[in-house]
Write a protein that binds this ligand. Structure first.
Ligand SMILES: [Mg+2]
Length: 217
């Protein structure tokens, strides 16, 4: 089943155990996928490549229990570059959900952007508003679920994730060190750009998140 909309973006609100009206006005937990909740594999597109990072399922499960909407926002230029297609993406996602279910954890909404400056055909876009560091996916999720964006947080292994949270007007970004890049300089730059309004923290992995951000209080 495909959730690709007219603009070419994967936009999926999953009907889990939750009544979505309870998310109205609530701050969200935005999550990057690769290197944040699963091990980073370049252009991951096979279900068997999915390895949940330690603490990811537990942290997501805790957010579920606290009625914090959990929203995955993932750049998928591999689709735009023709390395894999949306069916592959969907199969990978299904394996992630299956693994999360073992801890009784779930993701509420998934947005994925296939556009990239080096993609091919219609996917070739220099600076698509949905591709992180742009905030389009976060804005779209906010439209769908009427969140409290100002108090939402984003978690990611890359500076573009943290930057997207800032551009969306979120409260903060948590940089995890489980990805494949070391972007301390870029992260520091964002950290000191507007510290009153946008808080940036660095944590070793998502397993430390709940004790470090106010969303879980
Ligand atoms: Mg990542």
């Amino acid at each position: 089943m495909s959730f690709v909309d007219d603009e070419g973006i994967w936009v999926e609100v999953k009907l889990n155990k939750t009544d979505f009206s309870q998310y109205r006005g609530r701050p969200a937990l935005f999550l990057d996928r690769d290197g944040t909740i699963i091990e980073h594999v370049p252009y991951l597109h096979r279900p068997e490549q999915v390895v949940l990072l330690p603490g990811a399922a537990e942290t997501i499960g805790l957010a579920n229990k606290l009625a914090i909407p959990v929203i995955l926002v993932t750049n998928q230029s591999g689709v735009g570059r023709g390395y894999y297609n949306w069916d592959d993406f969907s199969n990978v996602q299904n394996n992630i959900y299956k693994k999360l279910r073992q801890t009784d954890a779930w993701i509420d909404a998934i947005l994925a952007c296939p556009f990239h400056s080096e993609a091919s055909g219609i996917f070739k876009q220099l600076d698509h508003p949905y591709r992180k560091p742009n905030p389009g996916m976060l804005f779209r999720a906010n439209e769908l679920l009427s969140l409290d964006l100002k108090n939402s947080w984003i978690v990611g292994d890359s500076a573009i994730d943290i930057s997207a949270g800032q551009s969306a007007g979120c409260r903060g970004g948590a940089h995890v060190l489980t990805g494949n890049t070391s972007e301390e300089t870029e992260i520091e730059k964002i950290k000191f750009s507007d510290p009153e309004r946008y808080k940036v923290i660095s944590i070793s992995s998502i397993k430390d998140l709940a004790s470090c951000i106010p969303l879980f209080e």
